[in-house]
Design a binder for this molecule. Structure first.
Ligand SMILES: [Zn+2]
Ligand SMILES: [Zn+2]
Length: 415
């Protein structure tokens, strides 16, 4: 891959020669790390005294990935970690489309079993014939990025409404399939790890007893008043009403673990249920009486349905890292697996943002001849390319770099 690496490095160098990257706030107190072709973090424990030094490094070293610490240190380049003397740390939440179960993955992802050779479409982690862990070919598209974006907006709403964090919030595209949200307000920067874990508990509704808000009464469930409550109970109720008003019977069936015909029955009673919620703050039992002792069909349905609503609207998952020493992509630098710029975005920009149009670094700069073993259809800068199967073709530079950087294409020649 030497040819590909040198080719990419030349173009990355051109990019950094013309572009001044501001870097993170309080740059001199951050630890930096960089990656090389095919490896996101090859070296860390670097520090820069100024933006000028940082930009000189980008131009001379031409890293394929550039990351910085969410923490601020007195001595960011010292080792081991304790010697750096951490004095504050931003909160960082990462959203990755790869982790979200979206329908588009059936279109653009595929898997192969390394043991028996079985193949299939979608993001399947285990071979259904022999149970071996599969090898995934993962892509991303505006649809799965759109789902990640929804999670970002949901988190922003939680941060503002439930925690009152209105300032110091910064959003950026990760450079590949996700987004990062940084919170830098003074009030959170001193939070210890334990308090950060509590924030995650809240954001994932871990330990929240939903059924104290949706309580079983004699022959119905009580629910929070639609106007009154704030926080989780209100969000759960709003989503419940939205799902009933939509209504998508297949979705309701899956979320409540009932049959489609049962979901149809529930939807037929929609008006009664919605009236009951808004007028009396109660949910009538649809599948037989609720039972104070055993678990009736209605009990089980609401338990499944409400738990799945929580999972659906929680902005982050329990795996979210609270590692104070982690390093993340520097905004406005290049991502070495796509050639995209990890753009810093305002909230209004995020709404419209599509990296396949808005994160391109090499516009109007000639073409490149590549060989592509296999790739799904790609939309980039208003044009579509592929799908490809063992094909040699001439591509605009952005599309060529996108495929070369992720190792999906081989270089044939450049014009
Ligand atoms: Zn297999
Ligand atoms: Zn997708």
């Amino acid at each position: 891959m030497a040819g590909e690496e040198a080719f990419l490095r030349n173009h990355f160098r051109d990019f950094y020669k013309k572009k001044f990257v501001a870097g993170p706030p309080e740059l001199a107190a951050r630890e930096f790390g960089y990656g090389v072709f095919g490896r996101k973090i090859a070296n860390r424990n670097l520090a820069f005294a100024s933006q000028k030094d940082f930009n000189n490094f980008l131009r001379n070293q031409v890293p394929f990935f550039m990351s910085y610490s969410s923490a601020l240190y007195k001595f960011p380049s010292r080792r081991p970690m304790e010697a750096k003397e951490l004095f504050a740390a931003d909160l960082v939440y990462e959203f990755d489309a790869d982790d979200l179960p979206t329908d588009c993955k059936k279109k653009h992802d595929s898997w192969k079993c390394p043991k028996c050779g079985k193949k299939g479409n979608g993001r399947q982690l285990q071979c259904d014939d022999c149970g071996t862990q599969t090898k995934l070919d993962e892509w991303f598209c505006p649809e799965c990025l759109g789902t990640a974006k929804k999670k970002v907006f949901s988190l922003l709403e939680f941060l503002e409404k439930d925690f009152g964090f209105n300032e110091g919030i910064s959003i950026n595209f990760s450079g590949r399939a996700g987004y990062h949200v940084h919170v830098r307000s003074e009030s959170i920067r001193q939070l210890p790890r334990s308090a950060r874990l509590e924030l995650i508990d809240y954001l994932t509704a871990n330990g929240l007893n939903i059924f104290s808000h949706f309580r079983k009464e004699a022959t119905f469930f009580s629910c929070p008043g639609i106007e009154g409550k704030a926080g989780w109970p209100k969000r759960i109720l709003e989503e419940l009403v939205r799902l009933l008003e939509e209504p998508n019977v297949e979705k309701i069936a899956v979320m409540g673990n009932i049959s489609v015909s049962e979901a149809k029955r529930l939807v037929k009673e929609k008006k009664t249920i919605l009236d009951s919620i808004s007028k009396r703050s109660t949910i009538p039992s649809i599948f037989g009486r609720v039972s104070s002792k055993g678990e009736s069909k209605s009990d089980k349905f609401w338990q499944n349905f409400l738990n799945n609503i929580v999972a659906k609207i929680a902005p982050i998952d329990r795996q979210t890292s609270v590692d104070l020493n982690k390093i993340v992509r520097v905004p406005e630098t290049l991502h070495g697996e796509t050639g995209f710029v990890s753009r810093k975005l305002s909230r209004a920009e995020l709404k419209e943002f599509n990296p396949f149009d808005d994160a391109l670094a090499f516009e109007g700069k000639g073409t490149v001849r590549v060989f592509i073993p296999k790739a799904p259809i790609i939309y980039l800068a208003g044009q579509s390319f592929g799908p490809f199967d063992e094909k040699e073709t001439e591509l605009p530079l952005n599309a060529g770099i996108f495929l070369l950087a992720s190792g999906r294409a081989k270089l044939v020649g450049e014009k």
